[in-house]
Structure formats: C-alpha cells, structure tokens
Design a protein around this ligand. Sequence first.
Ligand code: B12
Length: 213
Amino acid sequence: MRIALVYPPTSELDIKGYSLGLAYLCASLNKRHEVDVYNYNGKEFNKSIRLFLSSIKIKKPDLVGISFNSFNRQGAFKLLKQIKKIDKKIFVVLGGVHPATLYVQIFKYFYNDVDFIIQSEGEISLPMLCQALETGGELSLISGLVYKDKSGGIIANRVSNLVKNLDDLPLPDYSYVAEEIKQKEIGYLITSRGCPVNCERAYEFSGKNRGRS
Ligand code: B12
C-alpha cells in the first residue's frame, strides 16, 4: 500500500520537534508498504496545509494516516475535511492522543471524512488494518480499531493487544527527521509507554492502569 503519514501543524503553540509515534509507525510499516512522512510540527499553518494537500493531489496514496494531539487538532480537521474531496477512495485513518480519546466526538462531526480511528498503540493495529484493507480481512479482530457500521453508527473494538515488551518492536525509524537530528544534535528517545505520572484514560482500559515503566 502507498501510505502518507502526517503530523499536522498547529497555530496554537510555538512548538518544535517531531513525533516519536510516527517514527514507531514507520518502522512497523516500512517492510511491507511504501510510506511518506509529512512532519509539520512547528511549521507555518496555512502553508503546511496547502503543501500537504497538493502533495496528496499528486501522489494519491491509498491511505492517509493523521497523527495528532489536541494542540494540533485544528490542522488535522482542516486536512481530513479535504482528503476525500481529492479522492474518495483514499482511506483516512486517525491516531494519537486526541482522536484516541475523543473518537465518539470525531465520528459525530466528521463521519463522512474519516474511515478509521485507532485508539491505542499503532505498531500492530495499523499494519493489521492495512492488511485487512488489502485482503478483505476481518476488522473486528483489530485491537482498538474504531470503524463505521452499516447503520451509520460506530463500532469500537476493545483494546486487546498492548505491547508488553517494547524490545519486541522494531527500533523507531527516524529517517523522516534525519536532517533535523543532525543539525540540532538532539534526538528523542522514550523507554516506557503510558503516562509517566500514572495518569489513566477514563475508559477503554477497563480500569487497568496503563502506566508502566
Ligand atoms: C514524551 C512526551 C513529550 C516529549 C517528546 C514529544 C515527541 N516529540 O514526541 C516532549 C517533552 C518534547 C513533549 C512536549 C510536548 N508535549 Co508531550 N508528551 C510526551 C508523552 C509523555 C509521551 C509521548 C510519546 O512519545 N509516546 C510514545 C509514542 C510512541 O506514542 P504516541 O506518539 O502516542 O504514538 C502512538 C499511538 O498514539 C499511535 N498513533 C499515533 N499517531 C498515530 C497515527 C495513526 C494513523 C495511527 C493509526 C496510530 C497513531 O501509535 C503510536 C505508536 O504506538 C505524552 C503522554 C503520553 N503518555 O502519551 C505527552 C503528551 C503527548 N504531551 C502533551 C503536550 C501538551 C505537550 C506540549 C504541547 C507541552 C508544551 N506546552 O509545550 C509539547 C508539544 C511537543 C510537540 N508536539 O512538539 C500532552 C498532549 C495532550 C493533548 N490532549 O494534546 C500529552 C498527552 C501529556 C498530557 N497528558 O497532557 N512531550
């Protein structure tokens, strides 16, 4: 599959850096798929939106994955409103803290613009979704996947498959920010998952503490 992963810009904060989530997703997708990454973290808002959409018009990927937190949600919403207008066959998949938590609200407002949300770690679920889309596989088996049913509602699969040992994952692929890392001589690394101060998402985790080190 040809996949475009994008981290939208924000007009709310002056932030720099890059998403570790995308680096992990790239590593887990790279072997089987052709992945382009568009990192607009800290970049100019309107210009980034324009650049991304014109790139999608030219490249017409099979799937666009948008990764976002709450502070760059406006950028994500601008992008996701346009993708199906470019080509309605492009699958639009959302992930990251904001859509993972507020998937009901997002499907309420953007039902026709979004196909899937993954409300958990993406390294296993996103490749499984790509495979299911390629082969007509079963969506109900994909951990944390939220998708539409035929009656205009949504189905949210249980998060059944959290990564137990981070060493089982391929090392994050930073090639999309190689130049930035070289220039600044700073690279991010995270050695745990979940919230470092034992925060807990209110639901979807059946009361189990997700924080672990
Ligand atoms: C480490 C961290 C940082 C680091 C590094 C961030 C970075 N470059 O990635 C630093 C210290 C720089 C940082 C800064 C900030 N952070 Co911070 N940070 C975190 C922390 C603790 C972990 C994030 C992380 O790397 N996780 C590991 C990666 C692998 O996970 P992930 O990115 O979530 O991606 C996975 C899934 O979400 C999913 N996924 C993600 N995208 C997609 C896309 C698709 C299509 C799919 C299918 C799946 C998918 O798959 C990925 C792999 O499993 C989180 C809290 C948390 N537990 O999530 C807060 C958090 C993300 N940060 C937060 C905030 C607010 C900020 C700042 C805005 C703070 C500030 N005022 O400056 C800045 C903004 C940084 C930026 N964007 O440039 C908030 C966001 C809240 C919100 N609702 O938006 C969080 C949730 C903390 C909190 N509870 O408030 N942060």
